[in-house]
Design a protein around this ligand. Structure first.
Ligand code: KG4
Ligand code: ZN
Length: 343
């Protein structure tokens, strides 16, 4: 591969949940390889991620996945400038596999180590997709564990202006999917079924959090879906799963897009990005696009495979930390409840 001397190559490693992933990214934005081993088939049998099984699978897969990432990028460890690894938040046993691997490579190959916040990785997927995007901008982060509205002030600098008080958006999708019998992983299944349903068939609640205009709450809409199912059963009425999926999705999209655009306007941002697994949802993309367009806001989002967990986003976030001199020592540990902005 033709590399300029000033090019910086980061090997990214991600193992915080049920994807074992490694990637090589050049200068924070150019993906040379992005290898993902998904454990979904294994966990589907149990209806959700089993942490102990996830850790064992990571151990089995991490070496071949890294080897493949280097091969596909057509580079060797020698060419790599630093190793970036997710060290939180996530499942502790799963995180530990990636962190231990990254430390071993860092030690053996004499390469700097950069611990990355998983959510910072999700945000950075936008830098890969949109080469011209630079902070500051507003970002809606919607994953399985997080729902945050943040101002990305600079690379690695965030101000959280809204967060969920209960379930994360992805968690609500997963729980509703389970309730209507779609199984795991729920989000993509609700997304697919909702295309056949009427989003206005059932009026599910749009929760407001008293005193915090930009906070979210999704437990109410989830309970409303369960109540609707119970009431249909008691009255002997047929259940239209597609209508439930579409109406639930509409309620969630409505709140997410309304809060994001209102916040962007209040804080004076004309650039809004989306990040995390739920950012690949079709209705959310359409709803956000429409609302942003009406308000003269430019919307950015990564392609679906960069929205869900991957290591290219970790390498990108790692690059921006690395060029600021933010590296870690070999005492780096997994931090399952790491807060955004903490290092
Ligand atoms: O960001 P992610 O891959 O992992 C976490 O960091 O949590 O997000 C996973 C979440 C899951 O809850 C999954 O159901 C949801 O994102 N998700 C979706 C879609 N694709 C993934 N939710 C709604 N629509 C989708 N198309
Ligand atoms: Zn994630």
């Amino acid at each position: 591969m033709q590399l300029e001397e000033k090019d910086i190559l980061i090997l990214g490693i991600e193992s915080s949940c049920d994807e074992t992933a490694a990637a090589v990214v050049k200068n924070g934005r150019d993906v040379l390889s992005n290898v993902i081993y998904s454990q979904i088939d294994t966990h589907t049998l149990y209806g959700g991620v089993v942490p102990e099984i996830a850790s064992r699978k990571h151990i089995e897969k991490i070496n071949p996945v890294i080897k493949k990432a280097l091969e596909e990028a057509n580079v060797t460890l020698e060419d790599i400038d630093a190793i970036a690894v997710t060290y939180g938040p996530g499942l502790v046993g799963a995180l530990l596999v990636g962190v231990a691997e990254a430390k071993a490579i860092s030690y053996a190959a004499h390469k700097p180590l950069v611990g990355v916040h998983h959510i910072e990785g999700h945000v950075s997927a936008n830098f890969i997709e949109n080469k011209e995007l630079e902070p500051p901008f507003m970002c809606l982060i919607v994953s399985g564990g997080h729902t945050h509205l943040v101002i990305v002030k600079d690379y690695g600098e965030y101000e959280i202006i809204g967060r969920t008080r209960d379930d994360a958006a992805g968690e609500a999708f997963d729980k509703v999917a389970r309730a209507i019998g779609l199984g795991y992983p729920g989000g993509p299944k609700v997304d697919k079924l909702a295309r056949e349903g009427n989003p206005h068939a059932i009026e599910f609640p749009r929760a407001k959090v008293a005193g915090s205009v930009y906070d979210f709450s999704f437990s109410g809409v989830k309970s409303a879906v369960l109540n609707h199912l119970n009431s249909c059963e008691m009255k002997g009425l047929p259940v239209n799963k597609a209508d439930i999926a579409a109406s639930f999705q509409e309620a969630v999209v409505d709140v997410l897009s309304a809060h994001t655009v209102a916040a962007a306007k209040e804080y004076g941002f004309t650039k809004v990005a989306m990040a995390g697994g739920v950012a690949s949802n079709h209705a959310l993309r359409e709803g956000m696009l429409q609302r942003c367009k009406e308000n003269g806001i430019e919307l950015y989002y990564p392609r679906p495979e960069l929205c869900t967990d991957n290591a290219a986003m970790i390498a990108s976030a790692g690059y921006y930390e690395f060029i600021k001199g933010n590296t870690h020592g070999l005492d780096l540990n997994a931090v399952p409840n790491l807060k955004l902005g903490e290092r």
